[in-house]
Each structure stands twice: as C-alpha cells, then as structure tokens.
Design a protein around this ligand. Structure first.
Ligand code: FAD
Length: 475
C-alpha cells in the first residue's frame, strides 16, 4: 500500500467533507447527530466530530482518502441495529460516523443468474422485497430487517433464522465492492460461483465489522420463491427431545426444513405476561417448544409436515403440535418467538450471551450453564432461546424475581465468565452471529487461538496501517 504523508487534521476538515458530499450531508448539529451515537441497547453512547453521509461509492472513497490523509478515524454505520457496539463511536469525540444509508440503490436484478446487486445501505427488507418482486427470495431472515442494511449484515456476517437451510450472510455473497482504508476501490462485484483466481478477498471483509474496509455494494445470491410455506409449533418435554426432533425432521423432509428455533417455557411465560396481544397456541404448557418452518417448490407440503409431526408424536418425541398454513396462522405461531427480546426488559436486568456450541452438545451445555449460574446467583433465570438448528443459542440470564437490577447487572462480567467458560469446554464460540465489536473485544484474546489472533492483527495492520477504520473494535 502506497502511504502518503500525514497532514494535520485541518480546521476546515468539515468543509472538505462538505465539498465532497454537499453540506446537507455532513451533520454536526448535536440534536441531529444523537440518533447515530447510541446503539439499540443503550450500552454505548459515543461522541463524534460529524456524521458524514456520502451518496455514491466515489464520494465515499474520496471521504476515506481524505480521512487517511488526515488520520481521521472512521466508524462505518449502516442501520445502527448491531448488538455489540461496533457501529457506535467512542466517547473521545475524535471520530466521524460514516453513514451508508444514502448508498441504497438497487443496481441490478438478474433472475437468470439468480443474483441481485445491492448497495450497502439498502435495508434487508428492501432487498428481500426486490427479490420477491422478481419471483425470487433473498433468504437472510432477521427481526431487524426493516432497519438493518446489507452492508451491516455482511460486515457482521449476520445469521438469523434461516441459516440452517441457506447458511449465514457469508454464504449468500458472490462478490463485493469495498473501499479500502486509503480510499482505493476494490471492484470484486463478481457473479461467478466458480472463480479460483487467487485468494478469496471478499471473505476478509465479510465479518470484519468495518475494521478492514467499507463495503459499498454486494452481489447476493437469490433462490426460487417457494410455492408453499408451513410453520409448526411443537411442545416438547425436554431438551433432548428437541434434538431428536431436529434430526428426525432433517431425515424426513431434508431441504424443506428452513428454520428450527428453540423456546423454553419461561420465554412463553414472559411474553404471555407482558404482551396483551399474545395467546398460547397450544393446549397445555410444555417445558420446551420448537418452532419449525418448512418451504417447498412441490405440492403437498402441509401433508408431509402433518405426517412428520404424527410420526414424531408416535415416537414420543413431541407432546403436542400445531401447524399454520395461511399467512395469518403462521404469523400467530411466530408471535411469541418474535416478542421474546422485547418483553425480557419487563423482567428486570438480563445478561446476554450470543453463543454457539456443536448442536449435539446444546442440551448438556444448557443444563450445565443453568446449574452453574444459579449456584452463583440463586434465583437467576435462564432464558435460553434461538437458533437450535445452528447450535446458536441466545443464552440470556434474567435477574432473580425482586432482585435489584443495578446490582444484578453489575455482575455482567462474572456471569459472562461462567457462561463463556462452559462454551470453551464444549469448543463453542462466544459470538455466534452478532460479532465482537466493542462488547466482546477484550474477551477475544482469552478464547481465540493466539496464532489466529496474531494473523488477524497482521491483516489489520496491512489493510489499515494508520488504524483509521473502526479503531478499538474487534482487535
Ligand atoms: P450497524 O449496526 O450499523 O453496524 C454493525 C457493524 O457493521 C459495525 O461494526 C459497523 O461499523 C459495521 N458496518 C456497517 N455497515 C458497514 C459497511 N457497509 N461496511 C463495513 N462495515 C459496516 N443479528 C443476527 O445475526 N441475527 C439475528 O437474528 C439478529 N436479530 C436482530 C434483531 C433485532 C431486533 C436487532 C435490533 C438486532 C438483531 N441482530 C441480529 C443484530 C443486527 O441486526 C445485525 O448485526 C445486522 O447485521 C447489523 O446491520 P446494520 O446495518 O444495522 O449494521
């Protein structure tokens, strides 16, 4: 990389940004900046010199080149829905937030190659809608879809509820356009499935949380639109049966299984207590629930799911089940799952973990976590839910009933240490889909192979020698 001499951060830096984007797109008014400086859980609240909103890749590259020249630190930001503080500037106030939201054009849909070229600031919801309008689907499925952006999804390598069938964000990308730390544009907007012409550079930037380059556009994979979709909610007596059901469903319907979510009864109780619109779809309470979604190009899916569930019941795997075929019935079965994150706040403090362990280890892992956490904090409540089909559990710990919230949350690191220690024992990951950001940066050296960490730091120095891209995040 060709390093130009560093010039002093000029007093007229704001004017120089404005000369590139237009003054309307350089925000310095504190009231207008506020929304960009706080992340969704309010764990971090930063300050910044300005919010800069380029309207094209060329403008963004010019801004980054200027930042490189003046050693101005940049925090890339998409929809600001990230859950590990990666998109929030530090409290020092010496960074700019580089918002991608104006880079929101759909560049192309190719329904023969089954690809879409989306700019990084397009929301996931808009990309999904554009695919549907072309008779295809883009299968990344997150609850944050109306606000989160494709750039943020790729920068965090988001997972979501359809990863069991389609993979994580990384698996849905064919090519990328990236602005490097010195302002050069890497044009790798390839549609090719087979391209063995050297290193797979796009995968360096996917999951790098804005620390190695700024994603400005992507070629994404599309899939045929299913002819039918069926949802099923299944009551289970224990966690081991949830795993048996997963294996059984995969054997019986194979690729038609698109989602396998786990819910514990306590999550049901929280939603039923705090959401007046919620109703229990099943007749009796169960210790655990599995929420399954199936889709198919072939006729007869509902019958195949019905047969599967009857067979699961006959084998004493499931206790009770309900199927939804119409959009309304399916939505009703999803309701409790989607409301869990919202209602947890009404039960006081919640110490959160986004972990993964090998699928076979999930029951033993959760039992061990519950025993260890309640031994340390009697009455603490494990609310472990999420993407069992990928071994990815949101292993949250709610405070004991009536406990002091602040005192409980003050034990965040202590509870993290217990849970992450058990994750390590099962060869799992302390971040399955949300990333490292700022929240888990100091935990990384404790869990990452030292050689891997050394390589990560070497890559960071090579691609961002002046450390201007999201400093203090990930490594
Ligand atoms: P931001 O929050 O703006 O940024 C996230 C990170 O990416 C930051 O480090 C930022 O610097 C970097 N970044 C953003 N854009 C770019 C870019 N163009 N180039 C380089 N770096 C960039 N996550 C999941 O994985 N699975 C889920 O199921 C899921 N569900 C969620 C549900 C809710 C209600 C919420 C609030 C969040 C959820 N998330 C989930 C987390 C979050 O939505 C994802 O991490 C999402 O991918 C972030 O996208 P964003 O555009 O909001 O990115």
């Amino acid at each position: 990389m060709n390093l130009k001499p560093v010039s002093r951060p000029a007093d007229d830096l704001i004017a120089r940004f404005a000369a590139i984007t237009g003054i309307a797109h350089v925000i310095t008014d504190p009231a207008r900046m506020a929304a960009y400086l706080r992340e969704p859980r309010s764990l971090y609240h930063g300050r910044a010199r300005a919010i800069v909103q380029p309207g094209s890749t060329a403008e963004l590259a010019a801004i980054v080149a200027l930042c490189h020249q003046t050693e101005t630190k940049i925090v890339p930001q998409g929809g600001n829905t990230g859950l590990v503080g990666g998109q929030t500037p530090s409290e020092a106030g010496d960074e700019i937030v580089l918002s991608l939201l104006r880079l929101n054009r759909l560049r192309e849909i190719d329904s023969v190659s089954n690809t879409i070229i989306a700019e990084a600031g397009m929301t996931l919801k808009d990309v999904r809608a554009a695919a549907e309008a072309a008779g295809r689907i883009f299968p990344l499925a997150l609850n944050a879809a109306p606000a989160c952006t494709i750039g943020g999804n790729l920068a965090t390598n988001a997972g979501g509820s359809a990863a069991i069938a389609y993979g994580v964000a990384r698996d849905l990308v064919l090519g990328l356009e990236v602005v490097l730390a010195d302002g050069r544009i890497l044009d790798d907007l390839s549609k090719l499935k087979k391209n063995n012409t050297g290193y797979d550079l796009k995968n360096l930037f996917i999951g790098s949380e804005g620390t190695l380059g700024i994603i400005t556009a992507a070629v994404l994979k599309l899939y045929p639109k299913p002819q039918s979709t069926v949802t099923a909610l299944i009551g289970l007596a224990d966690l081991d049966r949830a795993l048996r059901l997963l294996n059984f469903a995969q054997e019986e319907v194979d690729t038609e299984l698109k989602t396998f979510e786990l819910l514990p009864r306590i999550a049901f109780d929280f939603v039923l207590k705090h959401d007046a619109t919620a109703a229990d779809p099943l007749n009796a309470p169960h210790a655990f629930y599995a929420l399954l979604e199936f889709s198919s190009q072939s006729l007869g899916l509902a019958d195949r799911v019905q047969t599967l569930l009857e067979a699961a019941s006959a084998r004493a795997i499931s206790a009770e089940a309900k199927i939804g075929v119409t959009p309304e019935a399916r939505k009703a079965l999803w309701h409790i799952r989607l409301k869990i994150p919202d209602v947890q706040v009404h039960e006081g403090g919640s110490i959160k973990h986004d972990i993964s362990v090998p699928i076979a280890a999930v029951p033993a892992f959760l039992r061990e976590v519950e025993a260890a956490v309640t031994a340390r904090i009697p009455g603490a409540r494990l609310v472990a839910f999420g993407h069992l089909g990928d071994g990815n559990i949101h292993c949250n710990v709610s405070q004991p009933v009536g406990a002091d919230k602040a005192a409980f949350l003050a034990r965040w690191h202590e509870v993290n240490a217990i849970v992450h220690g058990i994750v390590a024992k099962y060869h799992g990951a302390i971040s399955a889909e949300h990333g490292i950001g700022r929240l888990k940066r100091d935990l990384l050296p404790g869990v990452k192979d030292p050689v891997a960490l050394d390589l990560m730091r070497t890559l960071k120095k090579t691609l961002d020698p002046r450390n201007i891209l999201n400093p203090g995040k990930v490594v």
